[in-house]
Design a protein around this ligand. Structure first.
Ligand code: NAP
Ligand code: ZN
Ligand code: ZN
Length: 365
């Protein structure tokens, strides 16, 4: 590969390394093996050999352009855990051999009010997604995610994986963990509160574990009878089969907070009805189509309907340390990368307990 500038000269180094990846060329095409380019580390970059990558429902939404046209080729994956294999000359947080993680962001402007406050996910000009964002370093290319052999990321966006967390079971924390931890913290969930977690998939199962560890009384809402007993094992105090109107009615006006982690169309009004006066429902699930909300689901009871997106970098480290301290790994099913298309089909059926994690060694085969 040609080297136009050296890494020492800054972030415009255009020399790259070709690595194996798994991705798709179009919204209606399956994922297949391909080759992508990774930049040579600049002085603030860390090069990571990817060991494990979680499979988030957002990977599927994006690969299939469900939130609007995606950039192709699309290499998903934003629950990345791996080993540092190379660091730039100015890197101070990490060294070769460290076990590290990368979540949903690889860059932001670092200057706006939100970046200054550690809310890089709400960066005003916009954060750079780990995949499906224009790549500032390799103009004309999208960023490529963790379904790949390696990744190069500015150290500010790299997380430390605590020693006592199993690296594979820690991978889902990088998105599912922080996406549930951040709103639970923001809405001050804790002892004395009854909290509903809706949709027990990758996000929801982490939501149950984290809300419980924060001291709340947790009620899990599921459409899957097969998850009914298991939700209790995950930490739920009570479980509701949401298709059963009688079971739902028993919770009217009882919940302080609801975290909605559902990936598909469903009736939000049914959950707003379960809130107490002044209660809030935060949506983290991001279905393809709009969800109708009735005015009278909110007005009587002064209820709030809100949203939340992942979490900042400092907060993500705080969440990893919290999960390590409370011994909260994700419950995972390990797959080879060659099973990814089948895994997406199972995700659509809610058939995963509770997060697929790709053993990236399978990509090297
Ligand atoms: P997932 O593992 O597929 O879990 C989604 C769960 O939703 C399913 O397990 C199922 O739970 C429930 N569900 C699915 N279809 C349903 C339907 N038609 N009606 C009612 N419930 C249904 O997905 P995930 O990875 O946790 O992601 C969940 C959503 O969050 C996705 O839309 C994803 O894009 C979004 N997300 C948002 C952020 C953010 O920053 N806000 C971050 C990550 C992901 P039960 O079987 O228990 O009913
Ligand atoms: Zn995600
Ligand atoms: Zn910013």
């Amino acid at each position: 590969m040609e080297a136009v500038r050296t890494a020492a000269e800054g972030t415009t180094a255009s020399n790259t390394k070709e690595v194996k990846a798994f991705g798709t060329e179009a919204a209606d095409a399956p994922l297949n093996q391909m080759h992508i380019n990774r930049r040579t580390p600049t002085p603030h970059d860390v090069e990571i050999d990817i060991l494990f990558c979680g499979v988030c429902h957002s990977d599927l939404h994006t690969a299939r352009s469900e939130w609007g046209p995606s950039l192709y080729p699309c290499v998903p994956g934003h629950e990345i855990v791996g080993k540092v294999v190379r660091v730039g000359g100015h890197v101070s947080k990490f060294k070769v051999g460290d076990m590290v993680g990368v979540g949903c962001m690889v860059d932001s402007c670092r200057e706006c009010q939100y970046c200054q406050e550690g809310l890089e996910q709400y960066c005003e000009p916009g954060m750079t997604g780990t995949y499906n964002s224009p790549d500032k370093h390799l103009p004309g290319n999208p960023t490529f995610g963790g379904y790949s052999e390696s990744i190069v990321v500015d150290e500010h966006f790299v997380l430390r994986i605590p020693d006592n967390l199993d690296p594979a079971a820690a991978a889902p924390l990088l998105c599912a963990g922080i996406t549930t931890y951040s709103p639970l913290r923001h809405w001050n969930v804790g002892p004395g509160q009854k909290v509903g977690i809706v949709g027990i998939g990758g996000l929801g199962h982490m939501g149950i574990k984290i809300a419980k560890a924060m001291g709340a009384q947790v009620v899990a809402f599921t459409t899957s009878e097969s998850k009914f007993d298991e939700a209790k094992r995950l930490g739920a105090d009570e479980v509701v089969l949401s298709k059963d109107a009688e079971q739902m009615a028993a919770y009217r006006g009882t919940l302080h907070f609801v975290l909605d982690c559902v990936s598909a169309e469903h009736d939000i009004n049914a959950y707003l009805a379960l809130l107490r006066v002044d209660g809030s429902l935060a949506l983290v699930g991001a279905p393809e189509h709009p969800l109708p909300v009735a005015a009278f689901s909110l007005i009587p009871g002064r209820k709030s309907f809100a949203g939340s997106m992942i979490g900042g970098i400092a907060e993500t480290q705080e969440m990893l340390d919290f999960c390590a301290g409370h011994n909260i790994p994700a419950d995972i099913e390990m797959i080879d990368i060659q099973q990814i298309n089948e895994a997406y089909e199972r995700l659509l059926k809610g058939d995963v307990k509770y997060r697929f994690v790709i053993d990236m060694a399978s990509l090297k085969q």
